[in-house]
Design a protein. Structure first.
Length: 109
């Protein structure tokens, strides 16, 4: 892939990936915390898949603690943290764009 924007979109496309990354900043979270944050819109299966993909991309670290019952936490890697300011700017841009659309200020053409 030669286009840097396409590379970024490939990393964060998918249900809830951007929300997951933003929620993991600034602290590690347990699976149940991430699920609760996202609400009923995401199943456990989909959330687990998205977390695995983010881990495979080097953006999220999965840490299993040797406890009973097992405790698993997800956190951002150093590389994942570098993406947070970009996502924040995308969020602000998207919010402004949605407001313009709702007010009739942006034509879809």
């Amino acid at each position: 892939m030669d286009n840097p924007i396409d590379a970024l979109v490939q990393l964060i496309k998918g249900k809830h990936k951007a929300d997951i990354l933003i929620f993991l900043n600034p602290q590690p979270r347990r699976f149940s915390e991430v699920r609760r944050h996202l609400g009923e819109a995401v199943s456990e299966r989909i959330l687990a898949k998205q977390l695995r993909e983010l881990e495979a991309a080097g953006l999220v670290l999965r840490r299993v603690y040797p406890e009973v019952p097992p405790r698993v936490e997800y956190s951002l890697t150093a590389h994942g943290y570098t993406l947070c300011p970009v996502l924040k700017q995308m969020w602000y841009w998207g919010r402004g764009h949605l407001r313009q659309q709702l007010s009739g200020g942006v034509s879809p053409n």
